[in-house]
Design a protein around this ligand. Structure first.
Ligand SMILES: [Zn+2]
Ligand SMILES: [Zn+2]
Length: 423
């Protein structure tokens, strides 16, 4: 993988830019030529490897950090979830572009307080672009999030009623009705609202978000209907994210010269017969009328001329990557990264640095930035029916009383186990 990344001169130009502008905590990099810095001690943090350790680097005031939290195909695999890119800005904003199946696990592994990750932009409603929205939403209450999710997604534009983002989130509420009702009063449920903004997906260069100098526009994507690509601009830098689309002229016009242009790049067409076991008719439909294969991605990037291109939405394996690279290089010779989950880009006007994060495979809930409330004041409290509780095995009652005594001792509380046999 590393040999495929184009990282020319990074070690030479990195010191003094990127995360180091305002950061005292960023790991020091090796001096030019790879020599250990003078005065470096074996008891100090090492000069950084080409690895990003989440939560250890401050972000510069004019720096963007993007983390691929899902770079693969619809069916999540342990090494690659479906589409999701976290965009962190030096003004403190954190924005999520797509939240595909399996991607919340990677977002969660970063250890970022969930109250900082509430703004979610959905390019279209395929499961590989929003399949983890229900998961991220419902598990806020157990993982320190007290704020509602803010969701931007497509609607209108001539689509039939019931096809927009609002209908989808209403459906999530219905899907989890039992879980919502039975959670009342037991946990901090303030996170369970979803504030949805539907935008007209058919508009070209349509501003859907404009806050604190951050502007996000959409252009239509050619991917069935109701699909868009996002273009984010901040501090004179531009990030373009295709979602799913055929090569299209809106993209090549409005994503032109993006600092980072993230675009789908499927495996070669024949792979849909040989690897996915599709019928040839299914294979050619999916890979030429709904999606962009690597060969076409190369041409799109030759037209887009980004500072750096990112190819995503394929199984990035030792035996697939060479085919993808070969196809891309038929028409594009500029800088390009072939995304894996955890790939990180630090972007400033001076430099774009690509690394891969060390993801924590066994995280606990990130720290909460808001004090938890077991039950919002005045809220309803759910109670399990008495006859179910009377099925309790009373032989364990002394043990449960002992557990309460120990807990009360440790936390200076006064809880009693409430269940007793009926008279
Ligand atoms: Zn799609
Ligand atoms: Zn997709």
């Amino acid at each position: 993988m590393r040999s495929m990344l184009k990282l020319p001169l990074l070690a030479v130009v990195a010191v003094g830019v990127a995360g180091l502008q305002t950061s005292v905590s960023s790991p020091v990099r090796a001096a030019e030529g790879g020599a250990v810095q003078e005065g470096w001690s074996p008891t100090e943090p090492y000069p950084t490897q080409e690895v990003y350790y989440p939560g250890t680097e401050a972000l510069g005031e004019e720096e963007i950090r993007i983390i691929a939290c899902g770079s693969g195909m619809p069916m999540p695999r342990s090494k690659q979830a479906a589409a999701c890119f976290l965009i962190e800005l030096g003004n403190g904003e954190k924005l999520i572009f797509d939240l595909g199946t399996g991607s919340f696990t990677t977002l969660y592994a970063l250890g970022i307080p969930l109250d900082y990750m509430t703004k979610i932009f959905i390019s279209h409603q395929h499961a590989d672009h929003m399949g983890d929205l229900p998961t991220m939403w419902i598990y806020g209450m157990q993982n320190g999030r007290s704020k509602p999710l803010e969701i931007w997604g497509p609607g209108g534009g001539g689509m039939p009623d019931g096809w927009g983002m609002k209908a989808a989130t209403d459906g999530i509420l219905k899907f989890y009705n039992w879980m919502l009702e039975t959670s009342k009063g037991a946990l901090d449920t303030r996170s369970l609202a979803m504030n949805v903004t539907e935008f007209d997906w058919s508009k070209v260069n349509n501003v859907i978000y404009d806050q604190d100098g951050v502007v996000i526009r959409t252009i239509p994507a050619i991917h069935l209907e109701g699909s868009v690509s996002f273009i984010l601009e901040w501090k004179g830098m531009k990030i373009a994210f295709s979602g799913d689309t055929l090569a299209n002229r809106w993209w090549t016009e409005y994503a032109k010269h993006a600092d980072l242009a993230i675009h789908e790049a499927f495996l070669p067409n024949r792979s849909f017969v040989t690897r996915y076991k599709f019928q040839p008719g299914e294979a050619i439909y999916v890979s030429t009328l709904v999606h962009t294969t690597a060969a076409v991605f190369g041409k799109v990037m030759a037209l887009t001329e980004p500072r750096r291109a990112v190819a995503y939405h394929f199984q990035n394996d030792p035996d697939t990557l060479p085919e993808v690279v070969t196809d891309v290089r038929k028409s594009y010779d500029g800088p390009v990264d072939f995304a894996v989950d955890g790939m990180v880009w630090n972007i400033t006007k001076d430099e774009i640095r690509t690394r891969v994060a060390m993801l924590n495979s066994q995280p606990f809930p990130p720290a909460s930035v808001t004090e938890r409330q077991q039950a919002p004041p005045g809220g309803e409290v759910y109670e399990t029916p008495d006859w179910v509780l009377q099925g309790y095995e009373w032989e364990t009652l002394p043990l449960m009383d002992q557990i309460h005594d120990e807990f009360n001792e440790e936390f200076d509380t006064d809880f009693q186990f409430p269940l007793r046999p009926a008279e």
